[in-house]
Design a protein around this ligand. Sequence first.
Ligand code: HAM
Length: 423
Amino acid sequence: MTESTAFAGPKGVPDYFPPASDRFLAVRDTLLGATRLAGYGYVELPVFEETGLFARGVGESTDVVSKEMFSFTDRGGRSVTLRPEGTAGVMRTVIEHGLDRGQLPVKLAYAGQFFRAEQPQAGRYRQFHQVGVEAIGVDDPALDAEVIAIADEGFRALGLTGYRLELTSLGDATCRPAYRDKLQAFLATLPLDEATRRRAELNPLRVLDDKRPEVRELVADAPLMVDHLSDDARTHYEQVKAHLGALGVKYVENPRMVRGLDYYTKTCFEFVHDGLGSQSGIGGGGRYDGLMARLGGAELSGVGFGLGVDRALLACQAEGVGPGEPTRCDVYGVPLGEAAKARLVGLSAGLRAAGVRFDLSYGGRGLKGAMKGADRSGARYALVLGERDIEAGVVQLKELATGEQRSVPLDDAVVAVREALGR
Ligand code: HAM
């Protein structure tokens, strides 16, 4: 490669630039806004953590940990990993800073990049963005319902309608081991291929989620977790559904749902969008009792979600809805000469302080080029300043749509611009 060869971005990592980047930010902020309405405080997490945190938190047998982590050795010889998800990092923060010593539940929200070395395809990236929440320390089905309702509210606030909420219960420590044995015994009777048989040994639940029609047919009569729940888990599940009903959140039950992370217990859910092809999960989450203790913290329960910002943006595009206008300015400065440019640069601080979005023509372009810049900027007005205007102490305020122009005193330009904008 010669020194002048251009670089390409890393594989599977989306670049967001104007105008799409404005919609990206608006989608993220709308999803985050829904968490604020329910009292979740923002936590900014490190982008990398000790590798062991994810190995123990997410589970060694998951694809995320065994195949998809971006891990490296730092200069001190420690193994660190770019965060593949947010829940383990939140637990670490809560434990390390004793956030669970105050009022419970601890309610935290986060947003940012996550990293998984997956095979890139439409909607599946190696660096992607999530908005997430975790509610820690109270085992109350009403809290599961709240978490689900916030996610639903966030998607609705984006204007999305073409998605469904899938719900199930994965049971708890009393009922899941017995169910797992039962499922394994059932799978052992089937004529499965070698790879599937091995999967049945490691993670039998995943066989239930197999997309191949021939496997689907074989496992059609497999025992399901929801039919083998302990009394406690069943009551919990029934109450979550009742609370969702009261909240007006619609759901469909999917007893074959499989999540890619090991920590889930009881409630599990996924938001699935129909317009995205195979990467249809726009968000997911559930309860994870036992995770905190496994990571060295107190014996506290937790429930949360992670919403995919990139996929929510794709869903908005598919439905032709969503927030976020391209950044444009209100007023564009057209200086004719260096002295005029200096005056407009001086004026820019006052205009922006007054909340006026202002840009100006840089680089000594002539009137024609600068006016072209004004049109492209999307501004409503141009402030045109020439040498004679400076001598007269005025500036020309020109409405770009109509071409109408009038002189306003240079000293009163901020007030005049605000009035013209109707502010
Ligand atoms: P997750 O289901 O692995 O859950 O990810 C949540 C969401 O992140 C997915 O529904 C999807 O929209 C998005 N996502 C995941 N991987 C990718 C990717 N490679 N490219 C684009 N988007 C992606 C979690 O991460 C859990 N920590 C959620 C949670 C929080 N559970 C409890 N608390």
